[in-house]
Design a protein around this ligand. Structure first.
Ligand SMILES: NC(=O)c1ccc[n+]([C@@H]2O[C@H](COP(=O)([O-])OP(=O)(O)OC[C@H]3O[C@@H](n4cnc5c(N)ncnc54)[C@H](OP(=O)(O)O)[C@@H]3O)[C@@H](O)[C@H]2O)c1
Length: 268
């Protein structure tokens, strides 16, 4: 399914995007990794087993840059068969401490970044007679999580877009996958470790934290099976399913975790 295919991965220089690139590379895919930081991309390119990896500096928040980049890549390397939208940023903190500019920043990367890449790839898929889009959203795009006001908003938007595209693009032979992992270890999560609210930690760590490699394996297996929603890890699948089937129950569990937290040494 992946051998000889052109797979473009935004956010491919780190975390889940990089783990996917490694595994898809082992399966014989031709990879293009996109991210903003040239140094990180060069490190990936210089590492062993990267001979079939191309890298490209591209800020997904900038629609013109994305379009130029995609057109240039397609002219040089051929159109993508699969687009993986993994580029993303995280912000955690109390809503009242999250400035408006940060809401815009997260929307412009997590949501609009995904949208820009799909808009630029779509004509290429159509010309090729089909394609595949893998959107890395989050369990925080299905359930509201304490401390993630800006992040969940942007990921709910990704989920909404993906739901519509699944239906609209299917008749055009373009498959769409929605990936909703809970927390996994990556530089993104390390980035918030120091300043994280304890309530967020208490809620998020209700389910086990996975490694990026385990999430990548689940994504690849899900795509191979043609699954639309891919939720890595059984405990997260159960939590999300319960939360979506009985939203009141999901909210009650979160509220009880937070209540318990405030009843400890952390009185409010
Ligand atoms: N880690 C988790 O717990 C978790 C859980 C659920 C969902 N997710 C989602 O999984 C995806 C990958 O997360 P991760 O944990 O692997 O994060 P990560 O290790 O921080 O990687 C993020 C990648 O996105 C790139 N990126 C960020 N902003 C970009 C922009 N404007 N344009 C292009 N590339 C950009 C980064 O490179 P540059 O900074 O060089 O641009 C990097 O390659 C994200 O969408 C995230 O929201 C993560």
């Amino acid at each position: 399914m992946f051998a000889g295919k052109n797979i473009w991965i935004t956010g491919g220089s780190s975390g889940l995007g990089l783990a996917l690139a490694r595994m898809l590379g082992e399966r014989g895919a031709n990879l293009v990794l996109l991210a903003r930081d040239r140094i990180k991309l060069d490190k990936v390119k210089a590492s062993p087993g990267s001979s079939k990896i191309e890298t490209m500096v591209c800020d997904v928040a900038d629609p013109r840059a994305v379009d130029e980049c995609f057109k240039g890549l397609a002219a040089r390397l051929g159109a993508p068969d699969i687009l993986v939208n993994s580029a993303g940023v995280l912000l955690e903190g109390y809503f009242e401490n999250q400035p408006l500019a940060e809401f815009h920043r997260l929307m412009s990367i997590n949501y609009f970044g995904t949208l820009h890449c799909i808009q630029s790839a779509l004509p290429m898929f159509k010309q090729n007679g089909g394609g595949r889009i893998v959107n890395i959203a989050s369990s925080g795009g299905l359930l509201g999580i304490f401390g993630y006001a800006a992040y969940c908003s942007s990921k709910f938007a990704v989920v909404g877009l993906t739901e519509v595209l699944r239906a609209e693009l299917k008749p055009q032979n373009i498959a769409v996958h929605l990936v909703c992992p809970a927390e996994f270890n990556s530089p993104m999560v390390e980035g918030i470790a120091g300043g994280r609210t304890p309530e967020n930690r208490a809620v998020v760590h209700t389910v086990p934290v996975l490694e990026a490699g385990a999430v990548a394996r689940a994504v690849i297996a899900g795509v191979e099976k043609g699954k639309y929603i891919i939720i890595p890890g059984l405990p997260v699948q159960v939590t999300v399913k319960l939360g979506r089937a009985w939203p009141g129950l999901g909210r009650a569990i979160m509220d009880s975790r937070i209540k318990k937290f405030y009843q400890g040494p952390n009185k409010r």
